[in-house]
Design a protein around this ligand. Structure first.
Ligand code: MN
Ligand code: MN
Length: 459
């Protein structure tokens, strides 16, 4: 019977010391990457650096493309698409891996600065699905850009280095929180109270809102900005924690934004370490996934189609409807994290159909909610192909659903590419504390995902 049952052992039980070293080394590189880049713009910038080191050139540096050419395209600093032209005609389809670089966070409101009592604050508007109470009483950093009226762009990052200040959102002391503690978790913290403290010194020369005035003067000295410049800024408040190894055995990773930067990093590394694939390979990093993939940097936009059309143009083979044909012949792994089974909250998972930390990369045939609503549901024929190549290459995978039926649900970018005719399945890494300021993954799964993505590109 044993050989008929699925392998449910922990991946750690099946590896040699040498493999364990490789997994730890790779995971350390991932940790370093996350500590350099916490927002979508920073991720795209870091990937561009890594890609250029590996010989990738921007699309507009090529007038024609040939097999083996390595090309990338950046959309508004928030998306990057990387491609290596394959030996086979692109008409036969491309192998795509798609992830997203945005993570839940707090954005500054367009008019954020105000004074209340003798403290100055910046107001925020939360982005994506957060549990608001998790964002109080922790160290926070400000990352982003301010674009002045004349187009000058100022890049901001405050709170990451030890010699820089951090920010925080206060919470009520338990002594006086009797009423608050009776409330539902979702209502205990009011979204309008998610304001970060930025100062307490009054400006001696002013009469009114003196603390706010002093902060405005500091901002003007440091960045040359005035209050109205906030209107054309994108400043993101993210946890000021460092990404670290977790556990006495150091087998896990704790860090902010692992949804979905863990899949970004593993898929990007997979394409960067490849030379001349048989099929054209594309690694795409999207934005706005956490709020519905809308907008011209979200996966719903046509910018990605335009990129593929440009590849067809520069390969000198484009003709009417070829783009549609290419998509219909293409295969994709939607590289997004999966809700790992949390032993402390096991009742929300169907443990027969759920991803466990340490058991490898998770395949989600469908996501959605209720009766599979809003899911693209991968075709069995395609799932068989993915199983085959993973098994042939000794890649540990598990099959998962996002929680028990009718408990909740969620989605990824999978359906967007599936709607174009691409065969798509979700394939990612199980995470604990997903969307919290500090998320947990397992190093075994991180390396499994990297190897799974490499194998996918090669087959
Ligand atoms: Mn995600
Ligand atoms: Mn998410």
């Amino acid at each position: 019977m044993k050989e008929l049952e699925r392998n449910k052992k922990s991946g750690w039980e099946e590896i040699t010391d040498e493999e364990k070293n490789k997994i730890y080394k790779f995971s350390n590189e991932y940790i370093n990457f996350l500590n350099k880049a916490k927002t979508e713009r920073e991720i795209v910038k870091e990937i561009e650096i890594l890609a250029r080191e590996k010989g990738f050139k921007s699309l507009n540096e090529y007038s024609e493309l040939y097999p083996g050419d390595k090309v990338y395209y950046i959309n508004r600093e928030k998306n990057i698409y990387l491609s290596i032209i394959g030996e086979e005609s692109i008409e036969e389809g491309i192998n795509i891996i798609g992830s997203h670089a945005d993570s839940p966070r707090l954005d500054l409101k367009p008019n954020p600065l105000y004074q209340d009592g003798n403290l100055a604050y910046l107001k925020t508007h939360y982005y994506g699905g957060i549990k608001k109470y998790q964002w109080t009483a922790i160290p926070l950093a400000i990352h982003g850009v301010i674009v002045k009226e004349n187009g000058e762009k100022i890049y901001v990052s405050i709170g990451e280095n030890d010699d820089e200040p951090i920010f925080t959102i206060t919470d009520l002391l338990p002594h006086l929180a009797k009423e608050q503690q009776q409330k539902k978790l979702s209502e205990a913290i009011n979204a309008e109270n998610l304001s970060i403290i930025v100062g307490s010194i009054p400006d001696k020369e002013e009469e009114k809102d003196r603390v706010k005035s002093y902060i405005l003067k500091l901002l003007n000295q440091k960045y040359g900005i005035n209050e109205e410049d906030f209107v054309s800024s994108e400043l993101e408040i993210v946890p000021a924690f460092k990404c670290r190894s977790l556990g006495l055995d150091e087998s896990l990773v704790a860090g902010y934004g692992q949804d979905d930067k863990v899949c970004v990093y593993t898929s990007v590394r997979a394409i960067l370490n490849m030379e001349k694939p048989k099929k054209t390979a594309v690694c795409l990093v999207s934005d706005k996934e956490e709020i519905g993939s809308m907008g011209n940097t979200g996966m719903e936009s046509h910018v990605f189609d335009t990129f593929i059309a440009e590849l067809l143009n520069k390969l000198r083979i484009n003709r009417p409807n070829l783009l549609d044909k290419v998509f219909c012949n293409s295969k994709m792994l939607s590289a997004d994290v999966d809700a790992g089974v949390d032993p402390l909250y096991v009742s929300v998972s169907d443990t027969h159909n759920a991803g466990f930390l340490g058991k490898g990369v998770s395949l989600n045939k469908y996501t959605g909610s209720g009766g599979k609503y809003n899911s693209s549901d991968a075709n069995a024929e395609y799932v068989a192909k993915i199983r085959r190549i993973f098994n042939q290459n000794n890649i540990r995978f598990q099959v998962a659903e996002l929680g028990k039926t009718d408990i909740g649900g969620g989605g990824t970018i999978a359906y967007i590419l599936a709607n174009k005719g691409v065969d798509v399945i979700d394939c990612g890494i199980p995470v604990l504390s997903m969307h919290a300021p500090y998320e947990v993954t397992c190093k075994f799964d991180i390396y499994s995902a990297y190897r799974a993505y490499q194998t996918f590109f090669e087959n």
